[in-house]
Write a protein that binds this ligand. Structure first.
Ligand SMILES: [Zn+2]
Length: 252
């Protein structure tokens, strides 16, 4: 990340979307480095992942190259304005010497072609390993981040390492104080049996896999508010569980 200047960084959820769109691979043609725009850990480095950036196609700052005052600020903050790049290629496209070569139009096309390539690759992989492939769905928001797999029984299993929304954040939406008993009790139960730990930042982390009756029950456990499980759980392409089920009904 280019030295954390305020306003230059995408929101965390947008960053995750950009990472998923680009399949965790530098979008620069031919690069193929596996990159991560978040803090690096020893695990990631051992896995061959390098530091990367969610680069802006159109920058926010008037001082940056490719600045265009006619571009809608909402677009500037959106996932479509973000392209996952390794540090080398981020520097290359932001170098003033290359400003005529890597224009915003060129970068939009590079992003588009890369996203299509990633989606096709993931689709081919899931077809060739159809029976073995287990789809992992994610659900995130306001600092929570959970992974889940659907079980053949229709129940779903939230995976170890998932991070729950803090208790005090759960009912903050529009002053709602709606009380959800089932997820509340599930949390307390897991806490008293030491299956949840409280991290330094106050968020709670699941220490082992836990099964729920439905995607909605699992989503409410994570987020602590009434949610629709078919909307909040998404696959690696960002497509919701509901859409995936509809898609597989249409194309079995
Ligand atoms: Zn690269």
């Amino acid at each position: 990340m280019l030295a954390g200047k305020p306003g230059r960084i995408f929101l965390p959820r947008i960053k995750i979307q950009i990472q998923l769109d680009c399949g965790g691979i530098c979008a620069f043609p031919g690069c193929n480095r596996r990159v991560d725009p978040n803090d690096m850990t020893e695990d990631k480095i051992a896995d061959g992942i390098e530091a990367g950036d969610c680069a802006h196609i159109y920058p926010k700052s008037t001082r940056m190259i490719r600045f265009d005052p006619t571009v809608n600020p909402k677009f500037i903050r959106s996932r479509k304005n973000g392209i996952l790049l390794c540090v080398t290629h981020h520097r290359l496209i932001d170098n003033k010497k290359n400003m005529d070569k890597y224009t915003a139009v060129v970068l939009i096309e590079i992003r588009r072609a890369h996203v299509v390539r990633i989606a096709e690759k993931e689709c081919a992989e899931s077809k060739s390993t159809k029976k073995l492939k287990v789809n992992v769905y994610t659900c995130h928001g306001s600092g929570s981040f959970a992974k889940m797999i659907l079980l053949p029984s229709g129940k779903c299993k939230v995976l170890v390492g998932s991070i729950l929304l803090r208790d005090d954040e759960r009912y903050s939406t529009r002053g709602s104080t709606r009380y959800l008993e089932a997820p509340y009790l599930a949390r307390r139960r897991l806490e008293t049996s030491d299956k949840i730990k409280v991290r330094d930042d106050g968020r709670k982390e699941l220490l082992e896999d836990h099964e729920f009756e439905s995607p909605t029950a699992a989503g409410e456990f994570i987020i602590g508010k009434p949610v629709n499980g078919y909307i909040v759980w998404k696959d690696s392409r960002g497509i919701s569980l509901g859409d995936i089920i509809r898609e597989s009904l249409v194309f079995p």
